[in-house]
Each structure stands twice: as C-alpha cells, then as structure tokens.
Design a protein around this ligand. Structure first.
Ligand code: GZL
Length: 323
C-alpha cells in the first residue's frame, strides 16, 4: 500500500501545485532577473488621453527592459480578446488589459488563469463573477470624477440650468460611472436638469457632431455641457462657435481628463473646468506586474487620485502638466 501511495506522490504533488497556480493566479512566480515578456491589449487611439496612456506604458516598459507585446484593438472588444489569446499562446509572463467595455471578459480571463498568466487591468474595470480572474485594477474613481464635475457646475450655475451630456463609449466603465456620479450630485440640485444625453464615443469628431444636433434641437435653451472627456468637449466647443455662440460664456463646459488641450482651451476662455484623470499608468502598471510575478498579492483596486482644474488656475499649472 505504502509503495503504491509513494508512486502516486509525484503526480499528486503536480496536481496540487497546478491547483494552487489556478486558484492563486496572482501568486505566479518567475525566476528573478528574467526579462519579463508582457502583452498589453490597448483599446485604441481615440483620444489624447489614450495616446498619453499608451506612451506611458511603452516608455515605462522600455525603461524597465520589459519585452512589451502591444496590440491596438481599434475600439473593438473582439480584437482585444484575440490579442489576449495570442498573448496566452505566446506564453507571456503577464497580460495588461485596458478593457473597452465592462462585460464579456470572463471566458478569456479564465483561459489566461488556466494558462497561469496573471492579468492586470489598467484604466477601466470589468464586471466578472469571480474577481480572482484578474490580479488588480489600476484606475481612477470615475464615479467621484462625475461627482466633482457636477459639484463644480452646480456652484457655477448657482444650482439652476439645463445641461446636455456627451457620454463616453457605451458600456464602458468611465461612461457608466461618470454618468452615475454626476447624476448623484444633480439629485441634490432640483434646478439642474440634463435635457439631452448621447454618446460621443470619447472622440472630438463625434462630440462635435452630437453637440451640433443638441444645438439644433435645444438652441439657446442650453446653459452647460457635461462631457465625459476633454476630446468631446473640444469638439463641442467647435460646434458652439459654429453656431455663433461663445463657448465658456454663453454655454459653460465641464469635462474630464485634464489633457494639455483642455488647459489651452481654459486659458482661451472656451472650456471652464476639467477633472483630471491621470493616464500616466505605466509606472504603477509595471510595479504591479513585477510584484505579481514575484509572488505578491495586490489589492483589487489601486486607485489613481484626481483633482479639479478650472480657468482660474489653468495659466499657472499648464507648464507643469505632463500630458
Ligand atoms: C479613462 C479612460 C477614458 C478617458 C478618455 O480611464 O478610459 O477613455 O477619459 C479615453 O479620454 O478615451
């Protein structure tokens, strides 16, 4: 009996180790000093924010000597899923994912876990039934960003006015949460009303197009624009000017991201306020990857801090902006 058990022992240990690897994916260990190969599935290049994030990831990987396999999904989830499967086939040490939308990730994340490859989420979160499918999320608090935007606007409008909303990509965490936070504060101000709301997909062109439609439908009935990102606000500014109105004066604009062009628009008096959403996620992302492959466990959410900038401070801070 003992002989038989002894002969089964190596197999049993193998199964036991595989189980540990499966259920504790954030405790994967690789040899110290080995060059890390990391797959990064990026959403696309839809905004200045996204470009800044990509630059931060690429430059940080180069600085750390990480072999980065980069994939631009052009805003399509199916392309991100294909890229993740390719990274799994290439047996990368870790995967970094900026998920374009919140849902639809469970199957491919299970494939990554089965392959023993940790997944770090950056910039946007996912909805999954089992949070152990990703090691950590490095992102801002989009609900708080929405609250900050609404509080600033409520004060500026003295609690009275009609607002049109340019939403981000449908189903994306920032679009859902920035709307949620904004409406949470608006509920405290019955004199403020969102009279039109539509997606501009986080792009300048679409933001301009949707704002043109809002102006046609509501004309001088609009006191303010709430844009889920600066790029759509900059498009809305173009539409407001084309309609013969003064952006920043006839119609106030508050947006989110804090990209350089937003500071330039605030200095020009055309944008009133932007809530920063820091895109320089390269350093914290690769810190997380290095800790995970060294066997450490990380918090499920590493929160990036943000702050509000308006026209009153824009001239003083623009030179210090890093993106
Ligand atoms: C936020 C990020 C959003 C930015 C947009 O973390 O996902 O996507 O706010 C970008 O500019 O397109």
């Amino acid at each position: 009996m003992l002989g038989a058990t002894r002969s089964l022992l190596p197999g049993m240990i193998g199964v036991w180790l595989a189980c540990i690897a499966t259920f504790a994916q954030d405790a994967i260990k690789t040899q110290p000093g080995k060059t890390l190969t990391v797959g990064f599935s990026q959403i696309g290049a839809e905004s200045a924010w996204r470009t800044a994030e990509t630059e931060s990831m690429r430059s940080e990987a180069a600085k750390r000597g990480v072999n980065l396999k980069f994939s631009d999904a052009q805003q399509k989830q199916e392309n991100q899923i294909k890229a993740i499967r390719a990274f799994i086939a290439q047996k990368v040490d870790a995967i970094i994912l900026a998920p374009v939308v919140e849902t639809g990730w469970e199957p491919v994340l299970r494939e990554a876990r089965k392959a023993g490859i940790p997944v770090v989420l950056v910039d946007r979160g996912v909805k999954v039934s089992d949070e152990s499918l990703y090691a950590t999320l490095i992102a801002s608090d989009f609900v708080e960003e929405g609250r900050l935007a609404a509080r600033w606007l409520a004060e500026k409008l003295s609690g009275q006015g009609n607002i049109v909303e340019l939403q981000g990509t449908p189903g994306s965490a920032p679009a859902l949460d920035r709307k949620k936070g904004f409406e949470e504060v608006l509920a405290e101000h019955p004199g403020l009303k969102i009279i039109k709301s539509q997606s501009g997909d986080f792009t300048r062109a679409k933001g301009k197009e949707v704002m043109e439609a809002f102006l046609k439908a509501e004309g001088k009935n609009i006191q303010a624009v709430y844009a889920h990102n600066d790029d759509m606000a900059l498009g809305a500014i173009q539409a407001i000017e084309a309609a013969g109105l003064a952006p920043g004066k006839d119609i106030l604009l508050v947006s989110i991201d804090g990209v350089r062009a937003a500071f330039e628009a605030m200095i020009a008096g055309k944008l009133n306020c932007t809530v920063e959403c820091n895109p320089l996620l390269g350093p914290p992302a690769f810190d997380a990857v290095e800790k995970i492959v060294a066997g450490q466990t990380l918090p499920k959410w590493i929160k990036v801090t943000d702050q509000v900038f308006d026209q009153s401070v824009a001239p003083d801070v623009i030179e210090s902006r890093k993106y």
